[in-house]
Design a protein around this ligand. Structure first.
Ligand code: SF4
Ligand code: SF4
Length: 397
């Protein structure tokens, strides 16, 4: 039966036969290739950025040959969809070769780009071999705000030019935003700008990850860009679609709240179940943010088959006996509303199993927004018994 596009968008995921492929066994469906950490912007909140000509990054990047090997092995293992991201992936001169190779292998291909390097040649490539979609982040809708975030003079007009090229050519573009201190006042206009141009898709992300390389100065910039929990909640409430989804998809914990059935296991998300990420220097990760040294497999010393079949189960088997973890995150009534995961815990506190005070505050503010009174009471009783962190004073929000 042929369905109309609008009907397909309304369908539950479980209605798609592809869904059966996911459950219950681990099977690769999609993967991310971080082609480079280099970027022609220098966004204040960026967790990965290195300068466009950074020699160390250039020296470590996977070659075209290495990328082809990884893509070929991924498709042999069943991958259907690949995201090409960075840094700014279009900084790579061989981007068209990489893109075409992925298409030749039959993959759906998405690209994350800041759009400033979109050229007529790239547009032709996308017209001839259409991507699944191109996602562009909108940092501001005025030159002042956009360039305050990117730190790059002339970047706003380059972004507008690139975006116009893509849209005029009919390429499927999805627009999204990061919610930052530097663009907070403009978020309403940013949302309107994106919604007018991408009718079926707009999202903003209020969670700023710390740097993968741990750079302390850049981390300070990121922390300064983080919004206060009340500001995050105000944004979420002001976005009618997002607010409805939060209300529909997240329900108060049942009473009395029971510890998780996962026991001491650290990984409860989808990491390593149907997807993986490869960093620019060939590091296999269960997801982009999971950069703990024990959770990284070097593809230059091994292969994807081994990484997926032997390494991933080892990582997914990680557990914690730490009291702080067991008292808090493992059995937390607010966990569904929280940014917490082992990867983010490591980026924040250098451990895979540490509660993060900022995350608690955001989760609590969200719970208040959604009237989860009982969950908040349980969370507050625990906090009074044993305050999570003395670090709070060091967090600048
Ligand atoms: S455009 Fe993206 S990759 Fe480049 S610095 Fe900004 S956030 Fe990072
Ligand atoms: S709200 Fe706090 S205790 Fe609960 S999962 Fe998040 S970080 Fe852990």
């Amino acid at each position: 039966m042929v369905r109309k596009k609008a009907e397909v968008f309304q369908m539950d995921l479980s209605a798609f036969p592809l869904w059966k492929k996911r459950h219950p066994c681990r099977r690769i469906i999609d993967f991310d290739l971080e082609l480079t950490a280099r970027c022609n912007h220098r966004c204040r909140h960026c967790y990965i950025h290195l300068p466009a000509e950074d020699p160390r990054a250039l020296g470590q990047e996977l070659s075209l040959h290495e990328i082809k090997e990884i893509v070929s092995e991924a498709t042999r293992l069943g991958a259907l969809w690949c995201l090409l991201t960075g840094g700014e992936p279009l900084l790579r001169k061989d981007f068209p070769d990489i893109y075409l190779f992925c298409k030749e292998r039959g993959l759906l291909v998405s690209v994350f780009t800041n759009a400033t390097l979109i050229s007529p040649e790239i547009v032709q490539l996308f017209q001839k071999y259409p991507p699944r979609d191109i996602e562009v982040t909108v940092y501001g809708v005025t030159e002042r705000t956009y360039e305050k975030v990117t730190g790059q003079k002339g970047s706003f007009s380059a972004f507008q030019r690139g975006l116009n090229l893509l849209r005029q050519a009919g390429i499927r573009v999805r627009l999204k935003a990061m919610a930052l201190r530097s663009n907070f006042q403009e978020m309403g206009e940013i949302a309107r700008f994106c919604q007018e141009r991408t009718k079926d898709f707009f999202r903003f992300d209020p969670f700023l990850r710390r740097r993968y390389d741990g750079d302390p100065n850049r981390n300070q910039e990121i922390l300064a860009e983080r919004l206060h929990p009340e500001e995050i909640v105000a944004l979420e409430r002001s976005d009618a679609v997002r607010f409805q989804i939060l209300k529909r998809c997240f329900h108060p914990p049942s009473s009395p709240f029971q510890p998780s059935r996962m026991g001491r296991d650290l990984f409860r998300c989808g990491a390593g179940i149907q997807s993986f990420t490869v960093s620019y220097e060939g590091h296999f990760k269960l997801c982009s943010a999971l950069v703990h040294p024990d959770c990284i497999y070097d593809l230059r010393r091994g292969n994807l088959f081994e990484a997926w079949n032997q390494f991933v189960p080892q990582v997914l088997g990680k557990q914690s006996d730490r009291i702080r973890y067991l008292q808090y995150c493992e059995s937390c009534p607010l966990t569904d509303l929280c940014f917490w995961c082992p990867a983010h815990s490591y980026l924040e506190n250098g451990r895979l199993d540490d509660p993060v005070d900022y995350f608690c505050q955001v989760a609590k503010a969200r719970a208040q927004m959604l009237d989860w009174e009982e969950g908040i009471q349980i969370w507050e009783q625990r906090s009074r018994r044993n305050p999570i962190s003395a670090r709070r004073a060091a967090v600048p929000w």
